[in-house]
Design a binder for this molecule. Sequence first.
Ligand code: B12
Ligand code: SF4
Ligand code: SF4
Length: 407
Amino acid sequence: MQLFSVSKKNERSGFSLRRVWCLRFGIEQFLDPERQYAQQLTELGLHAGLHRVGIASAAPLTSALVALRSRKEHGHSDTMQFTFRNPVRSTTPQMAVPGARSIIVGARSYFADVALQHLPNDSDNPSENTVLGDVARYAWSDHYRPLRDALRVVVKKLRKDGHRAVLFADDNSVVDREVAYRAGLGWYGKNANLLLSGTGSWFVLGSIITTAVLPPGEPVADGCGSCRRCIDACPTGAIVEPGVIDARRCLAWVMQKPGVVPLEFRQAIGSRIYGCDDCQDACPPTMRLAQREPLASDAQMSVDVITLLSMTDSEIENNYGRWYIHNREVRWVRRNALIVLGNCASLSNALAHTTVIRYLSDSDPYLRAHATWAAARLSLGHYLNHSDPDSLVQNELARLPEPRRQH
Ligand code: B12
Ligand code: SF4
Ligand code: SF4
């Protein structure tokens, strides 16, 4: 435990050494200039709103490169681009910032302090005609903005001190979890998330790649032990090995990916409209130790999908533009909303029925195809257009699901 510290100029080196007294052992320590500077930057980041700060070396992220290549080889990355587009670039910090020596990684909790509950059934809905689609916690509000704002304060300081420093958060240029792992912020859970020591995985991550030389942290030991709850909780069996996600099965990607949602995942999507939290909801340390933050005033925990399906393109863009929407084509958001309707609308919800029926004659064949599935689920088979000219719709008509039963 630190009692107090003072700074004193070292006559020989000219650097200021920080003398630190430890209350417990009565030891007097001197922090070297690098450590002292690192501490200063860490304190600055924490003060600016980061919840954890770590430092990693800027050496190539070799094991992440191996993993990216392996995921691609095995098809686990599906059609995702992100860090998979150019694995060498994403794992070579010097390509992002020539002369890079260190990476400062910051984490911010996105666990909002509300009772943890899904709102999947109509019985939970505020009105008979409302059907709610669930949004994953990380997208309830924009958590990257305060993360970036805080990291920017540190970037400013580094630049003022003559270093190059560039901020990356959820950017294709860096594999964020690997940097945070290397910095010693936490360990890789079997669900592939980075669990921060003592507080779990409800954290977004961002990095500053800099030419400053700073003392790196040490990776921490695995904390999962024999637990495998996330693997068992995954609704689609997407965690194919500890730490390995097959994105083809991961609902977070299935709902972002353009095109027809494979039939095998449509019921598993349930009430989700964006993202999936099941492998974190199931994680004991993540749930028990979550750092609880106040709910943002603009938080969107769920979305009324009937209202969404009556919005114009620009209204959807304005309301949900912070979500990852492939090529900004809002048809994929409507597609997900139609699946939620098919899964969750009450069989007596007249508004849901007219919405689905309207989409059976939409000009977009992708939406007609998903409306066909939703209509069959809601026992609206008599409204289906068996002479639809599009092959996407004909494929659906050839494999219609069983109608849902009213509970
Ligand atoms: C692509 C991507 C996705 C993809 C693929 C996810 C994946 N597992 O790779 C999809 C769309 C599915 C996705 C989903 C989610 N994502 Co995402 N995603 C990314 C992105 C853009 C790149 C990830 C990446 O490069 N992966 C590379 C591969 C190789 O990593 P990996 O498969 O995990 O491999 C590592 C482990 O296997 C580990 N490892 C190696 N050996 C071993 C051995 C054992 C036993 C274990 C356990 C691990 C292990 O090392 C490997 C290399 O680093 C990052 C942002 C970024 N720029 O980094 C965000 C990011 C990873 N996502 C994030 C979030 C929040 C999510 C979701 C929770 C969102 C949601 N609620 O829907 C889900 C979680 C799904 C999951 N269980 O992983 C956060 C994670 C924060 C954290 N604390 O971990 C990030 C870091 C964004 C950010 N900047 O905050 N995501
Ligand atoms: S995010 Fe959902 S679908 Fe993806 S691995 Fe986790 S539990 Fe499975
Ligand atoms: S649920 Fe268990 S195995 Fe999975 S990440 Fe959490 S502690 Fe690890």
